[in-house]
Design a protein around this ligand. Structure first.
Ligand code: GAL
Length: 410
């Protein structure tokens, strides 16, 4: 008997997994962890163990830095959460697997929207697997506070500012805002897209057209952006986005500009769209959609291919219909794969889906979809310094911004 128990304990201690995969990411807030758990479980069903390499910090600035160090020392993780132009940067140095050599990507043109395929393509090859589509330019409202103060849903900036004054006068925080450079820049992006429109936004933050970057219109955007500061809570400075989103679910703040990953967190708290919180377009942004596409890359390990059966299963799970439905429900995003049954998705996800398919799409520069994370971090810091320095001036800031971009691009 004693021997049997010992044997069982021994067997349990022995690695019974077909494979283990180390994954670097920054999904550490409540809804994100839940969504990641769905992936972990799906892999486990295939006997693949997920080794979690999670680095705290929204926007992934710290995660990307750690990844660079690991890669430089010749020990990258198997898989990493890398998005947008960063995919090309890693592919250029020859560290990534071509997804086409891992799995059958011939169906991708049928099942994935063009813009999604383009985002993960480098040099004509798919170098990352897309997972979801997040919308960044949302304005979230706390329903209880809006009801109590009988506030209209703001469609213009003037209505927005009038609401903000009333919310503040009633003793609530008008704008839930964590105040890290990443969040400051996200706030700016939402306002800039609204005031500039899709074309000028792209000229400025995708093409880096100097005339647009330093135009009187851009100076106006910066001036309007600064008006938002007085409605944020100074005690929240340096807090992460989910701590700001908590102010919405606690009925402490009236509004928040944030991507729809916030819904993922509110879901875990049992909060319901249109009952507890309302999603609306950022004022004066109807039809404008700033997108963020999460994706995973597969690293070559010391020149050894990382493209066996385990990797194939991983890729196939990510794009399977079941996973796409379950993961995106938890994450607050919409499926990246076409034809997924969205019956269980809430009104905000349905709105996102409709707007993604019919609206004007722009890549979110704050989410690294328009430039490399290196450039994005510098742009975000300039925006954040301006936002938080009462004496900083808009005209000087647009010049610094354009000079910094030119210096990095050249
Ligand atoms: C983004 C990421 C999202 C989201 C957010 C907050 O960079 O693409 O998936 O979770 O950070 O952590």
């Amino acid at each position: 008997m004693k021997c049997l128990i010992l044997l069982a304990a021994l067997l349990c201690a022995v690695n019974v997994y077909a494979a283990e995969v180390e994954v670097l990411h920054w999904w550490t807030a409540k809804g994100e962890v839940e969504a990641q758990g769905i992936l972990e479980d799906a892999l486990l069903e295939q006997n693949i163990k997920w080794n979690n390499f999670a680095i705290v910090g929204a926007g992934g600035e710290s995660a990307v830095r750690v990844l660079q160090m690991r890669a430089l020392s010749g020990n990258p993780p198997d898989v990493a959460h890398i998005k947008g132009p960063d995919i090309g940067e890693w592919a250029k140095v020859g560290m990534l697997e071509n997804i086409g050599t891992i799995a059958d990507t011939s169906v991708w043109p049928e099942i994935l929207p063009k813009i999604v395929r383009e985002t993960v393509t480098f040099d004509g090859k798919y170098m990352a697997v897309p997972i979801n589509i997040h919308r960044v330019n949302w304005l979230w409202l706390n329903k209880a506070i809006f009801d109590e103060l009988s506030l209209p849903l703001p469609t213009t900036w003037e209505e927005f500012f009038a609401n903000a004054d009333k919310i503040q006068a009633a003793g609530y925080i008008a704008i839930a805002h964590g105040g890290t450079a990443w969040q400051d820049a996200l706030l700016f992006e939402s306002m800039a897209l609204s005031l500039l429109g899709a074309e000028k936004y792209k000229q400025a933050f995708v093409e880096y057209n100097e005339a647009v970057l330093t135009s009187p219109e851009m100076i106006y955007v910066f001036e309007q952006f600064k008006r938002l500061h007085q409605y944020t809570d100074i005690n929240m400075r340096g807090k992460d986005w989910y701590q700001a989103s908590q102010l919405i679910s606690n009925n402490k703040a009236g509004m928040q500009f944030m991507g729809d990953w916030a819904m993922g967190m509110w879901n875990t708290q049992g909060k319901k769209a249109m009952v507890d919180y309302i999603c609306i377009d950022v004022p004066e942004s109807k039809g404008l959609f700033s997108y963020n596409i999460d994706s995973f890359v597969f690293f070559e390990k010391n020149g050894t291919k990382n493209s066996g059966e385990t990797q194939r299963s991983f890729v196939n799970i990510l794009l399977s219909e079941k996973f796409q439905a379950e993961f995106n429900l938890a994450k607050g995003s919409i499926p990246v794969r076409r034809g997924i049954n969205m019956d269980k998705f809430n009104q905000c996800a349905h709105k996102s889906f409709t707007d993604f398919n019919n609206g004007q799409l722009v890549p979110s520069f704050t989410q690294n979809l328009a430039s490399t994370s290196h450039l994005q971090n510098i742009i975000s810091k300039i925006i954040s310094n301006y936002f938080n320095n009462p004496s900083a001036d808009a005209a000087t800031t647009v010049n610094s911004l354009s000079l910094a971009i030119r210096a990095i691009k050249n």
